[in-house]
Every structure is written in C-alpha cells, then in structure tokens.
Write a protein that binds this ligand. Structure first.
Ligand code: 13P
Ligand code: SF4
Length: 323
C-alpha cells in the first residue's frame, strides 16, 4: 500500500514552512520512526529548537525545558527518546528513572552545561557560606546534585523569590542571572557561563531591526545579554515566547533566539510575519530524523545517571517542580 496518503496528511502540519518535496524527502525515516515508536512503545520528547520535521512530524510532546521535565514524569511508555540536548535527557532520566532514555547523539551538549563543574560549586559554597545555590537546568546531573534547587528560564524569578532570603547564587548563566536581577530585590551573585547562541545578539541588532522593519515586536530569550533584553519588548522562555505570539498575534515579530523556534511557531500563525535573524544551536542541530531512527533501531545512546548522584540531583529538580 502506498504511504503517500499518510505523508500527505502529515504535510498539513508543515505546509506553511516547508516545500512538499522537502517533506517527502523525509519519507523513509518518518515512516520507519512511526513504526519503531509503536513496536518499542516509545515516545519522542522534542525541544522547541528541533527542526520542523521533528517538532511537527515525529514528536509526541514538545515544549521548553520546564514543560519537557514536567511531562517526562508522566510518561508511561517503555522508551523516551529525547530530541534535544544531553542535560534534557538526563533530567528526564532523573525524573522517570525506570524508563530507557535515549539521546540520538551523545555529543549534543550545551555551552552552559560545560561552563561549570561540581568542584566550582564547592568553591562557591566556601566563598559564599550559607548562600543558597540556584542551578539552571542547563547543567550536568553532577552539578545539580551539589545545588540547592534548580530553575529554568520559565520560572527563574519565581524560584529566586521562593527561597525567602536576601541573597542567592544563580549559576551558570551570567546573563539569565542579570536579567532576573533586574526584576527582583533579591541580590543575585552570578557565574560567568554563557549560551553560545544567545550571547551573539547585540543591542545594536535590536535598533537595526526596528529601523529596517517598522513596528516589529522584538522578543528575546533571557539567555541574551541584559542590554538586548532591555531593548526588547518582551523576554521569556521558548514556551513563553510562543504563548506571547499566540495570544497577542503581533503583525510582525522577531524572536531573538535559535532559528527553528520561528519556523515551528510560524506554522501555527501564518498571519504573523516573522523577521528572521536568528542563530543556530550546533548542539540542538545534531539531532536529525535519521539519528532518531537509529536510536530506536539500535537502542542508542542510553542516558544513565550514577545512582549516587541521581538522588541529590533529583531532589534539586523536584524542589523546583514542587513550586
Ligand atoms: P527554554 O527552557 O526556554 O526552552 O530554553 C532552553 C535552552 O536551551 C535555551 O537555549
Ligand atoms: Fe545550550 Fe544555548 Fe544550545 Fe540552549 S541554545 S542548548 S543554552 S548552547
């Protein structure tokens, strides 16, 4: 039986952002993944930065880091494939340890996660005794394990204020910490990690965009430098930016974040004009339909967390989720 009717029915999900010939070029992998998901009782969790054929095609659950963590807890399937980066897969494993968690490419890392080690945290504790450490989820499980509580870009201010203390350490994203500091009276001590994608945006880019595209609404991810966020109209996590576009439906918008984000939202809002300067995350882009298929065929690469680390790391993540 021809698979074309199935491919064509799925094409409606990406028709605004992808030529049909491009969609059809994914046919082999796409159909194989649908079958493998069924055969292996697997679900695919995809971050908002995944390419449209993953995000709108094979993913079962999509979202920002916070949503993916929350959803991971509820998953009943035997296998979770994390279409995203390594810390996201580790977080899913921490929260649902009985499942097989696969990441299609072990090299899908994150410059923030690479910027700090558990030893750095111990030094920070010695330098700032008694100051709680809030750790962005974009970190290894080993770093989470020596932290007090986690946060994401979607709840960072809420986490800071929940602790009821005058001073906190927020690691490792310096810009996220500085952006939250502008919105709270709590004193925030930052680390010097940066997202290699969002640090490339500059305040002058915002001015240039406003001049070139009159009326454009500028949305920025809080991993952008504070001077960029200050000139933007709104800042929020990837899910919060998506909600902003859905609720306000600006005539013209630019998202200062990873490139796939605009593609994925544009499909849902054909009436909105998306202006497209963006930066690619090389880690997110390591995930493809082809290696998702291989992950399911060959059960690779399984993400595990040392049990000695997992208990404490899970505590920091669950403390955040309980808020
Ligand atoms: P979100 O939590 O906003 O999805 O961000 C994750 C991330 O890696 C941003 O660069
Ligand atoms: Fe890490 Fe930045 Fe890539 Fe997000 S976009 S995974 S923070 S390097």
């Amino acid at each position: 039986m021809s698979s074309r009717p199935l491919m064509s029915s799925f094409y409606d999900r990406v028709s605004h952002i992808m030529p049909e010939a491009e969609w059809l070029s994914h046919e082999d992998d796409f159909l194989a993944i649908l079958e493998l998901k069924r055969a292996r009782n697997a679900v695919i969790l995809a971050h908002n930065y995944q390419t449209p054929e993953i995000f709108h095609g094979v993913a079962d659950i999509v979202g920002d880091s916070l949503a993916l963590a929350r959803k991971a807890i509820e998953i009943d399937a035997d296998v979770i494939v994390l279409a995203g980066v390594h810390f996201m897969a580790e977080t899913a494993k921490l929260l649902n340890p009985g499942k097989t968690v696969l990441i299609p490419d072990m090299e899908a890392g994150c410059s923030l996660a690479d910027s700090i080690t558990p030893e750095d945290i111990e030094l920070l504790r010695q330098t700032h005794p008694g100051v709680p450490i809030i750790t962005y989820v974009n970190t290894s499980a080993a770093v989470k394990a020596v932290s007090d509580i986690c946060c994401t870009s979607g709840n960072a201010k809420q986490v800071v204020e929940s602790l009821g203390v005058p001073k906190v350490l927020m690691i490792p994203d310096e810009y996220l910490a500085q952006n939250v500091a502008r919105e709270t009276d709590v004193k925030i001590i930052a680390w010097h990690g940066h997202c290699e994608v969002h640090e490339l945006f500059h305040a002058q880019d915002v001015r240039d965009l406003r001049e070139a595209y009159p009326g454009v609404v500028v949305l920025a991810h809080p991993e952008c430098p504070p001077e960029v966020v200050a000139e933007a109209d709104f800042a929020g996590s990837t899910a919060v930016m998506s909600d902003y576009v859905g609720n306000k439906k600006p005539a013209r918008v630019v998202l200062l974040t990873e490139c796939s984000m605009s593609d994925n939202i544009a499909q849902q809002h054909p009436e909105v004009e998306f202006v497209r300067p963006c930066n690619l995350c090389p880690h997110m882009k390591r995930i493809t339909l082809s290696n998702i298929r291989q992950a399911l065929e060959e059960n690779r690469y399984e993400v595990t967390v040392d049990p000695a680390i997992a208990v404490a790391a899970r505590r920091a993540v669950e403390r955040m989720l309980a808020l």
